[in-house]
Write a protein that binds this ligand. Structure first.
Ligand code: ZN
Ligand code: ZN
Length: 418
């Protein structure tokens, strides 16, 4: 049977899962959990997977859940959803808005909100898992579902990999994931090649020799040193990176000293770097170290500078053949509701999983904004003002057609292999 008629057969069950999916989405939205604390969400995912007939592994990398459904000979397809929410106070005004607070890693009580739509991702993947489990006569192979913790802090995928993910899975042929975006609900978009940037944060401590503000000759001033570094770093993108290569280097924080007449003994800079390839990423990180070390020498700094990398995300570079296969399946199923997703400056850790498994992957986007709201904003030229984006306190994807579209996308993409 052709893929389109097989997906139509599998998706005849959509009306049967839609009811619980909508309830589950509102429930998850109202009960968001911070990164690495996704116990309730993981428990709900495990229970649904088990009921649908999957073999389930829980507690992988903390709260991660793996479901495996073996349906005979054929390819193995991995679908991944992230589960965590953000420390944001919800301002959507929805009847199912979150009022949850939780302790963050520093022990501070913070508001928690599903402001990135990971509640949508969990709901859509559970729906797709159920639909495929219910229609095993229409496909062959193995379906692997991965419910991943802690995407927002960039180390949840890594935690699952380090906790035997590879050993628990059969040999995977392809890995896929999706993200709900501030686009009209009902649309899907694919993008071959680089689609999400790598992100790195770096904390740099440079040392001087403190002293009286009136006697600079007796000191090494770390404020001047740090200022020179900030200026010199501007040349990394403008002079060392090819014009066609997208990259960002921001010094988001610079702190030194406490008083106008005291020269402090150190300064701390915090940088954020966004790149779309491993080669550019390595070149920029190397350039930063080279410049900082050289500026410290130029300033007679008495101690070597210290570098600390944190909040690191890999680049997401969609495999062209895998993406073309999904794009063809989407075009056949969604028609003119499928298109191209623009390159995003956001970052994701999903690609850590296929990279660790050594398999090709693709990552697509789908809309979550009420189509009428979006069209009105577009006609008024006010999309950036009136359409809330991910991580905004006003971002909550509409229930439908968002859930149907995300569920259909997963089923259609999986069936392009199974
Ligand atoms: Zn996010
Ligand atoms: Zn997200």
């Amino acid at each position: 049977m052709a893929v389109t008629s097989r997906s139509a057969s599998v998706l005849t069950g959509l009306a049967g899962v839609r009811g619980w999916q909508e309830d589950l989405y509102r429930d998850l939205h109202q009960h968001p959990e911070l990164s690495h604390q996704e116990h309730r969400t993981a428990g709900m995912a495990s229970e649904r997977l088990r009921t649908a007939g999957f073999s389930v592994h829980e507690g992988i990398g903390g709260t991660g859940v793996i479901g495996v459904l073996d349906n005979g000979d054929g390819p193995t397809v991995l679908l991944r959803a992230d589960m965590d929410a953000l420390p944001i106070r919800e301002a959507t005004g929805l009847p199912y808005a979150s009022t949850v607070t939780a302790a963050d890693t520093a022990g501070a009580e913070v508001p928690v909100m599903h402001a990135c739509g990971h509640d949508v991702h969990v709901t859509c993947l559970l729906g797709a898992a159920q639909l495929l489990a219910d229609t095993a006569e229409h496909w062959n192979g193995t379906l692997v579902t991965v419910f991943q913790p802690a995407e927002e802090v960039g180390d949840g995928a890594r935690a699952m990999i380090d906790d035997r993910l590879g050993e628990l899975l059969p040999t995977v042929d392809v890995a896929m994931a999706q993200h709900v975006l501030p686009a009209p609900a009902g649309v899907v978009g694919t993008h071959p090649g680089p689609v999400l940037s790598a992100a790195d944060s770096m904390r740099i401590t440079v040392h001087g020799r403190g002293g009286h503000g009136s006697m600079p000759q007796a000191t090494v001033d770390p404020v001047v040193l740090a200022a020179m570094i900030v200026i010199r770093l501007q040349a990394v993108i403008s002079r060392e990176t090819a014009p066609g290569e997208a990259a960002v280097l921001t010094v988001g924080s610079l702190t030194a000293g406490t008083k106008s007449n005291v020269i402090p003994d150190h300064a701390v800079l915090q940088l954020n770097i966004r790149t779309y390839s491993d080669a550019t990423r390595t070149a920029i990180l190397d350039a930063i170290r080279r410049i900082v070390v050289a500026e410290c020498q130029a300033s007679r700094s008495p101690r070597d500078p210290e570098f600390e990398l944190f909040d690191r995300f890999p680049p997401t570079v969609n495999d062209p053949d895998t993406t073309a296969r999904v794009a063809d399946a989407f075009a056949a199923h969604f028609g003119d509701r499928s298109g191209v997703m623009p390159m995003q400056t956001a970052s994701e850790d999903f690609s850590d999983i296929p990279t660790a498994l050594g398999v090709p992957y693709t990552y697509w986007g789908f809309g979550g904004i009420d189509p009428d709201t979006y069209r009105t904003a577009e006609q008024a030229g006010r999309v950036s003002e009136d359409v809330p984006v991910n991580h905004s306190a006003a971002f909550a994807p509409v229930v439908q057609p968002t859930l149907d579209t995300g569920t259909e996308a997963l089923v259609v993409a999986a069936l392009a292999w199974l």
